[in-house]
Design a protein around this ligand. Structure first.
Ligand code: CMC
Length: 428
């Protein structure tokens, strides 16, 4: 017999089904709760709430496991190919050779921006935050590609997804070039996904940037490790916006806005600022740990802690190893890596962090890898967005394809004034 939870409220007792995921996680299905009892659940910040059933990504936060469509992320580290992972996440299985080739070709043919959109960059202030530029330009795909606002079939979905995945690189690189007052470098159809992004970032009209295999592999790895992370803040935002049947471009632009915050994707910038502060002698690592523990300071050890992981974030483990390898290959000696290691050691021995199960997360080491590749700090969260794009698209599609999807509409417990009377302005 299927297991049930029994809820007793006063004299009323109701049975609620328990659903079980394929990895054994159990959830009380409360969909009938309000209609049967008039009650709702209260779960601020949704730490205990499952909002969907998903087949895309599995995380076991206690064991430090992350799998894409069942495949542990560590298995993508040997010969990293981001576009394969994109396909896997979106379509549910690894692509065959005759599938990946036309898919990659779609990226090539969609890499350019509409001329109108390219000209828009001229009106953007030079010091505009690249994340603001990225969300705005992604959203503007909604008026340049209006034929894709409603996804009618798999062909139109593929067109919309390819546009997003391909153009996000171009938009990101153009935002960077604009901030430096440099001419835009157009995509090169001969180059693969990551190499093309680096080319648009760093080539000059008179000189091609040389992308070595090491650099390309490192960027592929960074993108892969960021590709999906189940129902995090930005992905939930994409699903929330998409649940109103808003189009894919608008939903993903909203995801970029959510990712921007320092508690989410923006943490990779904060980590480097913190490490730079320590390096320049502004603060000592021990002082940094003390400040992070003192609630009065309002300071967090950025790159540490996670809502789901109560163990090492497996992405941080991979990136820590990658740091050593990439820095050695590129012959970069970054003192921030030593400082990061020292901070990690101090935190992992400190009862404050141990008791709260605060471990390094993906952002702790990602910035050091990106710095070694020459990516400037203000582009770190933009790189996170490029990496996360397939996850957002896969999650949007899963929701869109589900015939039982309804608009997401949380409830609240009202604590404001009781019924009151309007007082005309001259009598107040
Ligand atoms: N430094 C100091 N204390 C911390 C930290 C930290 N980085 N993270 C959590 N804590 C403390 C927090 O103050 C609280 O203490 P207490 O129980 O005494 O009140 C306890 O640990 C639990 O923290 P929480 O804020 O309730 O945890 P949360 O699940 O709401 O927040 C988090 C998760 C990631 C926002 C948080 O750990 C944090 O702010 N970390 C720093 C920012 C960061 O690195 N974010 C990137 C997350 S990974 C990339 C991504 O997917 O976005």
């Amino acid at each position: 017999m299927a297991e049930k939870a029994v809820l007793q409220v006063g004299d009323q007792s109701i049975e609620l089904p328990i659903i079980e995921g394929v990895e054994g996680e159990r959830a009380i299905d409360i969909t009938s709760l309000r209609s049967e009892t008039g009650l709702i659940t209260y779960d601020p910040s949704m730490g205990n709430t499952g909002v969907c059933q998903s087949e895309i990504t599995f995380i076991d936060g206690d064991k430090g496991i992350l799998r894409y469509r069942g495949i542990p992320i560590e298995q993508f580290t040997q010969s990293p190919n981001f576009v394969e992972v994109v396909w896997l996440l979106i379509f549910g299985r690894l692509p065959k050779l005759d599938e990946i080739t036309p898919f990659s070709e779609l990226f090539t043919s969609n890499a350019l921006l509409h001329e109108g959109l390219r000209l828009q960059y001229n009106d953007i202030p030079k010091d505009a935050p690249p994340m603001a530029i990225l969300s705005a330009t992604l959203n503007s795909l909604s008026y340049y590609h209006q034929e894709l606002l409603s996804i009618e079939d798999s062909k139109s979905f593929m067109q919309a997804a390819a546009r997003l995945l391909s153009k996000v690189r171009t938009m990101a690189a153009f935002a960077y070039r604009r901030s430096l007052g440099l001419p835009f470098i157009y995509p090169d159809p001969q180059l693969r996904y990551c190499a093309n992004f680096l080319h648009m970032m760093f080539s000059q009209p008179y000189q091609q940037f040389e992308v070595t295999q090491e650099i390309e592999d490192a960027l592929n790895l960074v993108f892969i490790l960021h590709a999906d992370h189940e129902q995090n803040c930005s992905t939930s935002t994409v699903r929330m916006v998409g649940s109103s049947q808003a189009n894919l471009f608008a939903s993903c632009a909203a995801g970029v806005c959510a990712l921007w915050g320092p508690l989410h994707g923006g943490a990779n910038v904060k980590v480097i600022e913190m490490l730079e502060g320590i390096h320049s002698g502004g603060i000592k690592p021990k002082e940094c740990i003390r400040m992070a523990k003192d609630k009065e300071e309002g300071f967090r050890l950025y790159g540490f802690g996670h809502r789901v992981y109560k163990n090492f974030d497996p992405r941080a483990r991979v990136l820590k190893e990658a740091c050593d390898k990439v820095l050695a290959q590129l012959q970069v000696n970054d003192p921030l890596l030593d400082i990061a290691r020292e901070l990690e050691e101090l935190a992992l021995e400190d009862s404050y962090f141990v008791d709260r199960k605060l471990y390094p997360n993906v952002d702790f080491y990602s910035g050091i890898v990106l710095r070694a590749l020459g990516i400037p700090t203000n582009m770190f969260t933009v790189c996170f967005s490029i990496g996360r794009m397939p996850g957002w698209i896969a999650q949007w599609k899963e929701q869109h394809d589900n015939p039982n999807s309804r608009i997401q509409r949380p409830r609240q417990v009202y604590m404001g004034p009781k019924e009151n009377n309007y007082v005309p302005i001259h009598k107040r």
